[in-house]
Design a protein around this ligand. Structure first.
Ligand SMILES: [Zn+2]
Length: 1027
């Protein structure tokens, strides 16, 4: 995987506390035990350097060095069972061959102790990991995993250590993962030679995404003196210059303990980790001088400008407006953690939300569709930078925008920021620290990665409230503190890049021509012996990929290691003003979480299409006495955000039954509960629908965001589309979030006057924000629940006027009780729509898009969640993915990813991601079914697939989300337990049986959809609908 930069605040968003020990005596907590370590203490080849309590995050940080190699180590001890390990290396390439990225892939292909093919992917099925991955950033490569099981932790640690320090790095692995010349048809030596390779295709895909392309160019040009001037992921046209030798050489210099940083997190004891790391890896190494440091960027003495081209965006809201421009400023060294903190806050004040000066100056005049994809503070490189600009602009506005940017900076220097906005931002930081997430270890690892990579102090970075107090002091001492920073870093800074990007109709043609030339160059240089060699290696690779390999060298958990029963989540059912409310007491660390579902049953059909738009704007138009700016400010000051999203919820027992609604979500600190409900009351009672200009801005931003998302989530769009004709649920889901919605929003964004849309909103509001169609859920601490109940009552009183009995549009409504334990007919229920006459049909749709890669999907209608075969289909999806489809679609086909999975709506879906060849993949889906039906897999394979299903089923759930499945879909603990028991019971015979019964040709109805480049074969085939 290739990861591009993330800004400081967007990282902070993931830095959320998970602490299940709040309120409990903590005398034996992991954090307290870790405080016992003494500086200078020797443990298994390491020496303790620093022990620091970080009470904000309920953890103790222990820093150590490895005595012989100098490897650095940070342990964060915390009472969280979701333990995490990560090792990162500073990888600073000086060319764009993608050597760190290809290395990241290749080390996962087998190692000294685990010489089988692809141990990494195999471990996905032999473990209960909650996360396993590897990332290549611009200047480091990171290998993290997390798991809640101690034995699993040791197993995964062995595999990870061996992979990074003792990989096999075979030539064939390099060929498969990196790049190779191969006969188009490997078994036919007369077929033309073409480029293949997983990373080669992955990067072609990444470069087809205009947002990534722009971000890449920007970094390369703003930081041109060292490693940031190259593409660490690999520029597709340069990747074929990399040799196997260069790859091995890069490994030996960069993947050395002296260039490594280890991070562990959680409640498992540190000693055990150190012992294992020492024994299995570090003890065989001596110290080296890795020489991988990145020097500070030399500051320019005058600003620079640059221009780049991209492919036209077929889905851009306005085809004449596709220019991007942004101005970037080099800031300071990210290892100065307080300065970095200040600058990231400054950045948010400048660009976040409708009250920020750049939002007012750039977004509201509607010069472009949205901010440029790179915007704000970016601290992922050694020198941080700040960018500001727009996308979706007409060419003639480029100059004007630069003038506005200069003027806005001057205005900020002159007037500064309102105190209330600064308070709102600091409140946001407080909420982010209190909110408890289920993957806190991973969030920490990526939060500290960049700063630590350049030898900054990772522990200092964790002391967030220390930074907040220091920031407040600076503001007190100097009221112009922030304005002076703007003066210094922006106004007086000559290291400034103005980068514009515009579409070129010939862009893709030029790219493929350049690729063709590169290919010719390589091919012409070949001798007959080379060609013969290529053919033979192609066959060898194919035969290796086709043989089943013995993976018994790998450690594995057993199905018997999985807990037989799920923990019970108690909830109380109540009512407030007649509206059903589910209360769930949880250790939420002083936060309250509110959710509500309002059904769409009375909404006229002609307004359905507008539901996603209604959701995205209803909390952003102003309400009650507040205009949209004041409303946004209030939300920032008093809540953790307020969101509304469309929901299509499949019934768990009937495929032609579903609930349609919108979901309201918000959270707040306990002290702000009344204010949060006041904001919702205002939205229910008096939302503002009078500002056409405001609506246009929001429509444009929403359309741009949808259009930008396709290149990175194409497989989701393909799956949603393929499912559309199979169930009424999937049909409505496609309307709300599929290509239909993307095209609909594009049309709205093209309208010069959205008054007609604006007029629909109050009509919709009467149906959607109606207390009669509503049910609610609250998660809070036991101590706060009584207050929450009182506030719920008051809220329902306040919105009582919205109640109006209306007739449902569809006649057939089926009721499902909210409380599964209550006697039937006695309590509140969810009202589902039944479409007994829905006729599933076969449909094949092709979306022609300007991408060089495909996203393909096939979906099959099977059975609902409570059906006895559902568990077998879940296991079958994992089994086919791991044992067949991965090999066919990724290893042989060269796609970045592909597989099959069973979905909650009773649809079994196949998919591929960034795929060079769709017809071969569609055939592989079918071959997968035959393979499963033939039953040529072992009991071990079945057990592995089960483990992999359980690792998802048992993924940790944050206190804020406990009980949510019951609330939303009616999945009770009993239903979950039944599903669990069925998963345990799945046999080899069940799997071949369901493969034949549901997935075989002619057995069920299936749909197919592909997003990809122009495809002559499909155009000629009348069975396809080409869009
Ligand atoms: Zn990758």
């Amino acid at each position: 995987m290739f990861r591009q930069s993330k800004t400081f605040l967007s990282k902070l968003k993931y830095l959320r506390v998970r602490n299940r020990e709040v309120g409990r005596p903590s005398s034996t907590s992991a954090a307290e035990r870790a405080l016992q370590y003494g500086v200078g203490q020797k443990i298994h080849g390491f020496t303790v350097r620093q022990v620091t309590a970080v009470p904000d995050l309920f953890l103790t940080a222990v820093r150590l060095d490895h005595d012989v190699t100098g490897a650095q180590y940070l342990h964060a001890a915390r009472d969280d069972s979701n333990n995490l390990f990560s090792v990162q290396f500073r990888t600073t390439p000086m060319d764009s061959t993608g050597v760190p990225h290809i290395l990241e892939h290749t080390v996962l292909c087998g190692s000294r102790r685990f010489p089988c093919r692809d141990p990494f992917f195999k471990m996905l099925n032999r473990s209960l990991s909650t996360f396993m991955n590897a990332f290549t950033a611009s200047d480091y490569t990171m290998y993290p995993f997390s798991t809640q099981n101690a034995k699993d932790f040791q197993n995964l640690l062995s595999v990870y250590l061996d992979a990074v320090f003792f990989p096999s790095l075979r030539e064939l692995d390099f060929w498969q993962e990196g790049w190779r010349l191969e006969n188009e048809n490997p078994t036919d030596p007369s077929s033309p030679l073409v480029f293949k390779g997983v990373v080669f295709n992955e990067m072609k895909g990444a470069f087809s995404d205009n947002e990534s392309l722009y971000a890449q160019h920007l970094q390369n040009k703003l930081l041109p003196d060292h490693t940031y001037s190259v593409v660490s992921g690999g520029e597709p046209l340069i990747i074929p210059d990399l040799t196997w030798d260069q790859l091995r050489n890069f490994h030996s210099t960069h993947y050395h303990p002296s260039n490594a940083r280890f991070f562990t997190y959680g409640d498992l004891p540190l000693e055990q980790h150190l012992k294992q790391i020492q024994e299995e890896a570090l003890s065989t190494f001596q110290r080296t001088e890795p020489n991988t440091a990145v020097p500070a960027q030399t500051h320019w003495d005058r600003p620079r400008e640059a221009h780049v081209s991209c492919a036209p965006d077929a889905l851009a809201p306005d085809p004449a407006k596709q220019n991007t421009l942004c101005v970037s400023y080099l800031l300071g060294d990210i290892t100065d953690t307080f300065e970095a903190f200040t600058l990231s806050i400054l950045s948010s004040l400048m660009i976040s939300g409708p009250n920020s000066p750049f939002y007012k100056a750039l977004i509201e005049p509607k010069i472009g569709t949205d901010f440029s994809s790179v915007v704000g503070y970016d601290g992922s490189t050694r020198d941080a930078f700040f960018s500001i600009g727009l996308q979706g602009m007409a060419e003639e506005d480029l100059q004007r925008v630069q003038g506005i940017i200069r003027q806005t900076l001057d205005d900020i220097i002159a007037t500064g920021f309102e105190e209330e906005r600064i308070e709102a931002l600091l409140h946001k930081i407080e909420i982010q620290m209190k909110h408890q997430s289920s993957n806190f270890g991973l969030a920490l690892a990526s939060y500290i990665a960049s700063c630590w990579n350049h030898d900054g102090d990772p522990v200092q970075l964790l002391k967030v409230s220390e930074s907040v107090s220091r920031f407040r002091r600076c503001l007190q001492e100097n009221p112009r503190y922030l304005q002076d920073k703007v003066q210094h870093y922006f106004k007086e800074n000559p290291h400034k890049l103005t980068l514009s990007m515009s579409p070129d109709e010939q862009y893709l043609e030029k790219r493929s021509l350049a690729e063709h030339e590169k290919l010719q160059q390589k091919v012409q240089a070949l001798t007959d012996t080379d060609r013969k060699d290529i053919y033979e290696k192609g066959l060898q690779l194919l035969s290796e990929q086709s043989t089943t390999q013995d993976s018994s060298c790998l450690p594995a958990l057993k199905v018997s290691d999985v807990e037989p029963t799920i923990p019970h989540t108690p909830v109380q059912m109540g009512t407030a003003g007649g509206v059903p409310v589910q209360y769930c007491e949880q250790p939420t660390n002083g936060m309250v979480y509110f959710r509500a579902v309002c059904n769409l049953n009375t909404l006229p059909e002609d307004l359905k299409m507008f539901v996603p738009l209604f959701c995205s704007v209803i909390t952003k138009l102003g309400s009650g006495g507040l205009d949209y700016r004041q409303q946004a400010q209030r939300m920032e000051l008093k809540t953790g955000g307020m969101f509304v999203t469309p929901q299509v919820i499949p019934d768990i027992a009937d495929l032609d039954l579903y609930e349609q609604g919108i979901l309201l979500t918000s959270s707040c600190l306990e002290r702000n509960l009344p204010e949060m409900f006041q904001l919702w009351s205002d939205i229910f009672n008096s939302p503002r629908f009078d500002d056409e200009e405001r609506l246009r801005v929001l429509v444009m931003m929403a359309a741009q965001e949808l259009s930008n998302g396709i290149a990175s989530s194409g497989h989701m769009y393909a799956m949603t589309r393929a499912a559309r004709s199979l169930t009424p649920t999937a049909n409505l889901q496609e309307t709300f979030s599929g290509m239909t919605q993307v095209k609909f929003m594009k049309r709205l964004a093209e309208m010069t006057d959205v008054t007609s849309v604006l007029r629909k909103l109050p009509r919709m509001k009467r149906h959607l924000l109606n207390a009669d169609n509503m049910r609610c859920a609250v998660n809070a601490t036991p101590q706060k629940m009584a207050d929450a109940t009182v506030e719920m009552e008051r809220f329902m009183d306040n919105i009582a006027s919205t109640r109006k009995e209306r007739k449902p549009v569809r006649p057939v409504i089926v009721e499902r009780p909210l409380d599964p334990h209550a006697p039937t007919g006695s309590v509140a229920s969810r009202k589902l729509i039944s479409e007994p006459n829905f006729k599933p049909c076969q449909l094949k749709t092709y979306f022609e898009l300007p991408f060089p890669v495909n996203f393909a999907s096939e979906c099959v209608r099977t059975v609902p969640f409570t059906h006895e075969d559902y568990a077998s289909l879940c296991v079958l999806g994992r089994l086919m993915t791991a044992k067949f489809l991965h090999g066919e679609i990724r290893e042989k086909g060269g796609a970045y990813g592909g597989g099959a999975r069973m979905g909650g709506g009773g649809l079994f879906s196949f998919y591929s991601y960034r795929d060079p060849n769709c017809s071969q993949t569609l055939a592989a889906f079918r071959k997968g079914v035959e393979w499963a039906y033939d039953g040529k897999f072992t009991q071990q394979d079945v057990d592995e697939a089960k483990l992999s299903v359980f690792s998802t089923v048992d993924a940790p759930i944050a206190p804020s989300d406990k009980g949510f499945g019951l609330f939303l879909s009616g999945i009770s603990d009993e239903v979950k337990q039944t599903h669990r028991e069925r998963l345990f019971a799945v046999t080899h015979k069940n799997l071949t049986d369901v493969a034949g019964r549901y997935l075989g040709f002619g057995q069920s109805t299936c749909g197919v959809a592909v997003l990809g480049p122009e495809n002559e074969g499909i155009k000629k085939d009348p069975s396809w609908v080409v869009k």
